[in-house]
Structure formats: C-alpha cells, structure tokens
Design a protein around this ligand. Structure first.
Ligand code: 5RP
Length: 227
C-alpha cells in the first residue's frame, strides 16, 4: 500500500476495533508493531477510565509502550491463561495463516499467542494476501554457528537482518534471517522443514494460530472469524 496516511488510518481502525473485544478482568496479550501501537494506546485510555486488565507483553518495545500508556505488564509465567492476544501481521491469508516477525519479535509473539485462548490479528487492507511469501519470511537463528544455517538456507535467499552497521538482535539476543522466496506454496511443510534445522529457534510462519482477523479498510473494518 503506497499511501502511508491511509495505511495508518486502517491500522488504527483495526486496532481500536480489536480493543472492543477486551472486557473487565481479562488478561490481554500485547503483540508488537506499528498496528499494535494503536491498540496499546487505546487500551491505555480505557485503563485510565477504569478498565481492569492484566497484560502480557511480547517485546521490550511493547512493554515500554504499555508502561507509558498506563499499563504495567505482568510476566507471562505469572499471568496464567491469556484471554485475548492482539497482534499484527506482515501478511495474512484467508486460511488464517500468516507471516510475522517484521518487527523482530516473532519468538515471544508466538509464545504469547500459544498461551492465549483467542488470537486477534489486526492488519491494514494491504496485508491480506492470496498466497504468503511476498513479504520476506523472518526466521530467528542462534548466533552460534549461524553461518552454517545460512548455508543450509541458501536456496531461500537468506539475508541476515541488520540495524545500521550491526546485525539486528532480538530480545533474546538472536539473529533474524529474512528468507526471500516470493511465494510459499505450502506454509506448513516449510515451517516443519525449517524447524528441523538445528540453530533455528522459531519461524515467522504462524499457522493455525489466529482465529480472528480484523482488517482496516479506508473508513470501516471487516472482521473474519475462523470457522
Ligand atoms: C513484529 C510483528 C508485527 O506484528 C508485524 O511485523 C506487523 O507489524 P506492523 O503492525 O508494524 O506492520 O510480527 O515481530
């Protein structure tokens, strides 16, 4: 999507719609990214107005944002079951599969998602795709021996993510390899193949995890529920 202000408007619409599902007393998962930003801000407003929630964050960035919005996250290990997790995605298809990790938080995001009773993705309209893979697939890799993993992944055109002149490091101190495939015909098979490679901690393929996708559209939202 070329128009950044329209994209931001759609992100905000989707994010604020998701917050409508949060009820008093719930434990809420906070994803990461520029779309989740709007959800955390809105949640913060509601907390200031009296909403009582517990929140579990998926990244240092979201923890800082939550705190500055008036929400003090609790540790995932103290939280118990998370009722609803709200997260963004880089690409989502109508089978409720997606690519995440553009913001580098895929490992903690997946752990939060798998501890959640319900997973809502919030996306702008440009992120809904027929086939996954145009967005480079992020894979989290242990630094020790990463050159060997790079070689194994050669056919997928891996690029080690950088921040400035240094390698980007995740909140766990790992590297991100972005795999450039253009098209992923069988996301589940690829995920299984990648997870068998020693040194790969997690992939940005989120399969069968989201149950609701809220799409921001110019002036409205569309909500898809998994059947
Ligand atoms: C971070 C993520 C984000 O949810 C994903 O990259 C979407 O981000 P944004 O809302 O900024 O487009 O997976 O690891």
């Amino acid at each position: 999507m070329a128009d950044k202000s329209l994209q931001d408007k759609e992100k905000k619409l989707a994010a604020e719609k998701a917050v409508e599902y949060i009820e008093n007393g719930m434990t809420v998962g906070l994803g990461t990214g520029s779309t989740v930003y709007f959800a955390i801000r809105k949640l913060g407003e509601k907390v200031k107005q009296g909403l009582k929630i517990k929140a579990v964050s998926s990244s240092n960035v979201s923890t800082d944002l939550a705190r500055s919005s008036g929400i003090e996250p609790v540790s995932i290990d103290d939280a118990g079951e998370i009722d609803i997790n709200i997260d963004g995605a880089d690409e989502a298809d109508r089978d409720f599969n997606g690519i995440k990790g553009g913001g580098g938080a895929l490992l903690f995001e997946k752990i939060v998602a798998l501890n959640s009773g319900r997973n809502i993705w919030i996306v702008d309209s440009g992120k809904l795709v027929k086939t996954l893979g145009k967005f480079p697939l992020p894979v989290e890799v242990i630094p020790f021996g990463h050159k060997g993993v790079l070689k194994i992944l050669e056919e997928y055109n891996p690029v080690i993510r950088k921040r400035g002149d240094s390698y980007y490091k995740t909140d766990s101190g790992n590297l991100i390899f972005d795999l450039n495939m253009n098209r992923i015909n069988d996301p589940l098979a690829l995920d299984m193949e990648l997870k068998q490679i020693t040194g790969i901690v997690e992939t940005g393929l989120f399969i069968n995890i989201a149950d609701t996708i809220i799409i921001g559209k110019e002036n409205s939202t569309e909500v898809l529920f998994k059947k």
